[in-house]
Design a protein around this ligand. Structure first.
Ligand code: AKB
Length: 317
């Protein structure tokens, strides 16, 4: 029985911490990290690493055969803000990489897939508060359109070919280890860096822009939990709503000020405001809670405490 895991996009924001968590859980040599570029020292030292372009079917297939992979986590993607600048490149990366892993599973070369979706699948016509699992979805961003199409394909491959694909609609993810790239929710990470470095932050979203967010530790736990759940518990094969907390820039500022009273925020909204305005403010994730036991742990103040504790040494002079 094959039992090795391949992570595509292992050097990104989620991929980096997912690689560490999976290596801790299953053993370093069982988890093959890959990306289009090399990772940091820790990534390269802690287990096998391969350079793979996730849009190249043969490159993935070769590694799957070489290492006897049975599970693939596809974390390579272009996020919302960058995708608006490069629509066709975003579509090509986000969709071709998904088809590659779905087709590998259809051909029985791998057994299980994790593929991340996003709150970006929702759009301006979606109910914004406590957004239900099943509701109007008319995404207005390139990224959201690719994620919604991806969800439809995941469900199709499950129903038509029995592909065991599992997915979560991640909210904005807050983390200190790796910087995100090109997302709309990224302000909620940048703000901690700037709070420690300059004691002030210019926000690209306006006050009152409430978005659903989650701490990385919770997001990783959700990912491992959905992949460990027995198949009959995964009743939704498109993607699960996943909620944790919701806040706006003023609320995160208030949380930071409890520890850094001199911190202040000002606002210069840019094109990302329209993206944020099209997304939910909060998420109804009852199905994830009922089906496979999802429960978040971090509230905003706990996130702030952990972020400032871990980033603090980096900005000490
Ligand atoms: C983004 O802002 O693009 C991502 C997401 C919500 O999927 N963080």
């Amino acid at each position: 029985m094959k039992s090795r895991i391949l992570i595509l996009g292992a050097c990104g924001q989620i991929g980096t911490e997912l690689t560490t968590a999976l290596r801790q859980k299953y053993g370093n040599h069982k988890v093959i990290a890959s990306d289009i570029r090399e990772g940091d020292e820790e990534m390269m030292k802690s287990g096998p690493f391969e350079i793979i372009d996730a849009t190249n079917y043969e490159a993935i297939e070769n590694i799957v055969i070489q290492y006897e992979i049975n599970e693939v986590y596809l974390m390579a993607a272009m996020l919302s803000a960058t995708a608006e600048k490069f629509p066709s490149k975003a579509w090509q990366l986000n969709m071709n990489s998904l088809f590659n892993v779905l087709n590998l599973a259809k051909e029985k070369k791998i057994e299980k897939i994790f593929w991340p979706s996003s709150i970006a699948v929702f759009g301006p016509t979606t109910p914004r508060v406590n957004t239900p699992q099943h509701t109007i979805m008319e995404p207005s961003t390139v990224y959201g359109i690719s994620k919604q199409a991806g969800e439809r394909w995941c469900e199709y491959y499950f129903k038509k070919y029995g592909v065991d694909v599992r997915s979560i609609r991640y909210p904005g993810i807050i983390s200190w280890q790796t910087l995100p790239g090109g997302g709309t929710t990224d302000y909620a990470i940048d703000i901690y860096h700037k709070a420690l470095k300059h004691h002030k932050y210019i926000c690209f979203l306006k006050a009152g822009t409430t978005l659903p967010m989650i701490y990385m530790d919770d997001a990783i736990r959700a990912t491992l939990d959905i992949m460990e759940a027995s198949p009959e518990k995964i009743e939704i094969r498109s993607s699960y709503n996943l909620g944790a907390i919701s806040f706006d820039p003023e609320e995160i500022t208030a949380s930071i000020k409890k520890q850094l009273p001199e911190f202040s925020i000002s606002y210069e909204p840019d094109f990302r405001q329209a993206i944020a305005d099209s997304w939910p403010q909060s998420i109804d994730d009852q199905d994830a809670r009922d089906h496979w036991g999802w429960l978040h742990q971090y509230d905003l103040d706990a996130i702030t405490e952990d972020m400032l504790k871990n980033l603090g040494p980096k900005y000490k002079n």
